[in-house]
Design a protein around this ligand. Structure first.
Ligand SMILES: [Zn+2]
Length: 273
């Protein structure tokens, strides 16, 4: 299956793939009206606008660093995942959506987050000895609550690190626990132009191993920027045996590339008469 991911409503409506992912909530805090039939892509705790309006809501590390776009290693602001009002509002917005939903910026924004007073208190009261296990429980519980509110398929985006245990340490993402609540995982392996590609296949294979036996789909997201359609098709062919779906991140500038790539792939896969 081939899909496109875009924040452009015109491209989303054109529907050049089998499925369209459309940004309904982005990490900068902007929102778009959902489009019927498109997978609604929703940034969970990545929300620069909220963090800028109220910096106290940003997740904070043990050394006091706030997860804001101007902190090193952060490209956007991240709200603390135990912020109760934010969680409630987010779940309400997810419940209002119709059809399929993809969650992005799921989890804590790094290994050293979050050490706000509320997180410290909740961890102490949780009965967990291990903070990593407690963080995973927080995220898993949120995804479980989301799953009961979403009527279509639920897809969770994963940071592209398939090494066992890394996602849990980094973000509080326990893939095995989440698999019970989602239909699939989406892994962005994006690099404009793809000068080298060995890492794309290595990471895809790593996720195949990580997800084996869990009964969930694997979608791989590729970038359609600064690349010729034939080369993007070539990369796709190498990945197809590992993934259930290839998603092309697309803007109006490279919409033709994504469309042509999908056309080429479909032509080749048709059995000659
Ligand atoms: Zn916190």
């Amino acid at each position: 299956m081939y899909a496109i991911l875009t924040d452009d409503p015109g491209l989303a409506r054109a529907g050049s793939g089998d499925r369209t992912y459309y940004f309904v909530e982005s990490v900068d805090g902007t929102t778009n009206e959902p489009l019927e039939g498109a997978v609604a892509s929703v940034a969970c705790w990545g929300d620069t606008a909220t963090v800028e309006a109220d910096p106290e809501r940003a997740a904070v590390s043990a050394d006091g660093t706030r997860a804001t776009p101007d902190s090193e290693g952060h490209q956007w602001g991240t709200v603390c995942p135990t912020d109760p009002d934010y969680r409630t509002d987010l779940l309400e917005r997810l419940e209002e959506l119709e059809g399929d939903v993809r969650l992005t910026t799921l989890g804590f924004p790094g290994e050293s987050f979050c050490y706000c007073d509320r997180c410290d208190r909740q961890f102490e009261d949780s009965g967990y000895d291990d903070r990593t296990a407690w963080r995973s429980a927080v995220i898993t519980e949120f995804v479980a609550d989301t799953a009961t509110r979403v009527d279509g398929e639920l897809t969770a985006t994963l940071y592209p690190d398939p090494y066992p245990g890394h996602l849990q340490e980094r973000a509080g993402i326990d893939v095995r626990a989440l698999a019970a609540h989602v239909d699939g995982f989406l892994v962005p392996l994006c690099s404009p132009g793809y000068e080298t590609t060995y890492w794309v296949e290595s990471l895809a294979r790593g996720f195949v191993a990580e997800l084996e036996g869990l009964g969930v789909d694997l979608s791989i997201q590729l970038s359609a920027a600064e690349i010729e359609p034939e080369r993007l098709a070539e990369i796709t062919r190498k990945l197809e045996e590992h993934a259930d779906e290839i998603v092309y991140g697309t803007s109006p500038d490279d919409a033709d590339t994504a469309r042509e790539t999908i056309d080429r792939l479909r032509e080749k896969s048709e059995v000659p008469a």
